[in-house]
Design a protein around this ligand. Sequence first.
Ligand code: GTP
Ligand code: MG
Length: 629
Amino acid sequence: MIVATAGHIDHGKTSLVKALTGTDADRLPEEKARGLTIDLGFAYWQAGPGQTVGFIDVPGHERFIKNMLAGVTGIDAALLIVAADDGPMPQTREHLAILDLLGVQRGIIAVTKADRAEPERVQAVAEEAQALAADTGLAGASVLPVSAITGEGVPELRRALQRLAGAVGRRRAAGRFRLAVDRSFTLRGAGLVVTGTAFSGAVKVGDRLLVSPGGVEARVRAIHAENVESHAAQAGQRVALNLAGAGLRRHAVSRGDWLLAPEAHGPTRRIDIRLRVLGSEARPLRDRTPVHVHLGAVDVTGRVAVLDGPSIAPGAAGWAQLLLDREIGALAGDGIVLRDQSAMRTIAGGRVADPFPPARGRARPERLAELAARAGDDPFAGLVEATAFGFDFARFALAYNLNDAEQAVLRRRNGVVFAGPVAVDAGRWQALCDAFEREVDAWTAAHPDSPGLGPVALRRRLDPVPPRDIAEAALAALASAGKLARSGGFVHRPGHRAALAPEEEALWQRIEPLVTEGGLRPPRVRELADMLKVDHVQVEGVLRQAGRFGLVRRVADNRWFPPATLKGLAGIAETLAAESADGRFTAAAYKDRSGIGRNVTIELLEFFDKEGFTRREGDARRIVREWRE
Ligand SMILES: Nc1nc2c(ncn2[C@@H]2O[C@H](COP(=O)(O)OP(=O)(O)OP(=O)(O)O)[C@@H](O)[C@H]2O)c(=O)[nH]1
Ligand SMILES: [Mg+2]
């Protein structure tokens, strides 16, 4: 169990941690000289066999709130400290509010310096503290009078901590490994050591990790879990990792970074969140308010976009999108606290609902419904229900930090189809597939001579229009089930080509050998008409029809080429370009090599330009990309 202290400056947090653990958590010379905590301190106490309590001692001074925030994210419980002589003071309230915004639900309230006050005073302060905690996550926490000087109340506090540790239990090592770095230093002989709180998953010696958001690779050489050398560590422990990695020398690892399993790396600059504004705020939190965003040890500036109204009133909650000035690592459920622009006041906070929001339509009603589903108890089921066309499952698994086994469990859920990248309600998936079949049939019935519908046009005929990913997945599924087919860029029923009118089909059967056997230079339309003794308008009509199926391509007004011939001609251009020193070739060179004559060469090369295969540069041409049919 990890417990952080909380409370106003000088109320006795560090002294109490020392009375409990024997460790002075104030390590810095400046802290010792000034008798106040500046940075986080760490100490451990063996509460029972296999039951270590890790203490994070935070500073009470309002100037060091940033360090306090770095300490209390990812903890299991809080030890709120109120001095009996002073009673609750500003940072008692602010720390309590921060713990509440971060969703800390367990804790103990210690009324310290009990030796300095009359019992009645101690009792009054205890009641005041209890009342303050009443509308926070610490409501109902036990309140104990203690003195770090006389030791009064310390045994009772130990027993309360043991009970709390029992209630918290060992955290499940769910998800992929994530550690929020709070310190990093170099040890002579060992090299780089980083310490922090393990948020999720497990780590063992030899694992490969990433420093996020930087993306630098590191290998775990040695581990200390709760201050004891160990082969592995897991969520809920204070962990020190000795790291090796070539990139680490250039990129310093520092407070605010994450060390994580490479699959859990997803830096982001936009975060959707359910924000609760503190009741103590004088004004509503308005759209576009500039703020400091704290996530664990990260402090980044940004703005709040309010999604469901013009502002969020003091004491109220609402949906917002945080627009950050730089990328950070954040996943669903991470606690965030907002402070004002000058970092003087805590104003709001909440848990991340979606670390990868869509770029557009962030405040649409469907999107807000989706956010509510994401923040619910079963986000997967909620999203299946809330999304008409499903959602990207890989993004979901990343956002919710699911390891392979956890993803496999979801993939076995009934009533959900995994199609391409999308997870979607099985009924809606079926309806989408049916709608595609219906639209193709309706189109063909109305336009029997048409080759079918392009996938984009087909998609747009549906109301509402499905997103591309799922539409592609549905068309692919329908194709592999033999229900629809695709040719020449058109979707149609398999065998629909037979819908060419019988006399057209008959004429095409006679045209096809002439154009394919015409070598690199198929006959012109009029030449075909002469050869077949058919009116050229009729030949033109059938070629156009065949063109829709991708059987021929019109290169010039009067000349159609089969795809195989075009491929051969493109190959000649590639060879010429490869042979020349500057990668370019001229029309004259092409004419000589291909033997298709001057006029057809000009037509063909202009066709290549139009297709984006070649680009004209003065007298010569260059290949721009591969030839695509
Ligand atoms: N008489 C008495 N003095 C105490 C007790 N606990 C702490 N003190 C004194 O109060 C002063 C502040 O104690 P700290 O433990 O440093 O207070 P803190 O809450 O850690 O202060 P910050 O870290 O700066 O917020 C010190 O001089 C302590 O000796 C107590 O139980 N009784
Ligand atoms: Mg202190």
